[in-house]
Design a protein around this ligand. Structure first.
Ligand SMILES: [Zn+2]
Length: 267
């Protein structure tokens, strides 16, 4: 626990550096999530340890100044008063079923009301397999993790974006997510498949960390976080925390412009 607290502090320092004058650690006049209202929704398949990861991120969000409502029910999305009060949502909910009214309220919050959304692994991008509009929002859907828990590297491809600035490539022993990814996302880290467990994907470069918009609402995702111990890897924890900080500014920050995916014209 002590180690993770140290990591939390390192991540904050990184975020402070990355964001320039916006956050000041030394003076601590204002915490990065001061005054922000958040909803943390956890549940679904317990193999992804939504309870343990809740206990990593909820205390940290509170420590950063956020007022956090924690819910183990998707019905939180239909609480109109709560939803209207929110700045951002963090969801860890794998392989579940979302009802029509719940989904509609969540989509509207992000798309129309600019509520930020952040999550990781299957908790955001393998949540509701039948819900294509939900997947349109998140920007990806898990389809395979060839070989199960394996050794692989994560490569930082964006050294300027505050989420990954200052980080080096790092190693994971976990599930290497093979995903169907929306081309209209900003990718900050990738991983390359070896082909050892599925020979036809050898050399495939797959996004690991991205940000995007759904309407005008910010959406942040990292495919790392199969189990809570994945956040013992300092870079993995830092990326998720900085992603939450980015999503939390959804209602207040200017919409970012970035180069979108392009395909070569071979004609
Ligand atoms: Zn997993």
């Amino acid at each position: 626990m002590q180690r993770r607290e140290f990591l939390h502090k390192s991540a904050l320092a990184g975020a402070a550096l990355a964001a320039g004058s916006q956050f000041t650690l030394a003076g601590a006049q204002e915490l990065p999530l001061q005054g922000k209202k958040a909803l943390f929704v956890w549940g679904g398949w317990m193999g992804h340890e939504p309870d343990k990861t809740r206990d990593i991120f909820v205390p940290w969000m509170r420590q950063m100044g956020a007022h956090v409502t924690v819910s183990d029910s998707l019905d939180a999305y239909t609480d109109a008063e709560l939803m209207a009060s929110l700045d951002f949502i963090v969801q860890i909910w794998t392989m579940g079923k979302i009802e029509g009214a719940q989904e509609k309220a969540l989509l509207k919050a992000v798309k129309e009301d600019k509520v930020g959304l952040a999550g990781w692994h299957g908790g955001l991008c393998d949540s509701f397999r039948n819900n294509t509009e939900y997947q349109f929002m998140t920007g990806g859907q898990w389809v395979a993790h060839p070989g199960g828990v394996i050794d692989y590297d994560v490569n930082i491809v964006d050294h300027i974006d505050p989420v990954t600035a200052g980080l080096n490539d790092f190693h994971m022993k976990s599930e290497q997510y093979y995903m169907h990814v929306d081309p209209n996302v900003k990718v900050m880290a990738t991983t390359t498949f070896t082909g050892e467990h599925a020979d036809w994907i050898e050399g495939c470069v797959m996004p690991v960390v991205w940000k995007k918009y759904y309407g005008n609402g910010r959406v942040f995702y990292t495919s790392l976080g199969h189990v809570a111990a994945d956040f013992d890897v300092p870079e993995s924890l830092t990326i998720m925390e900085r992603g939450i900080l980015w999503a939390a500014e959804s209602k207040y920050a200017e919409k970012e412009a970035w180069i979108q995916a392009v395909y070569k014209d071979h004609g």
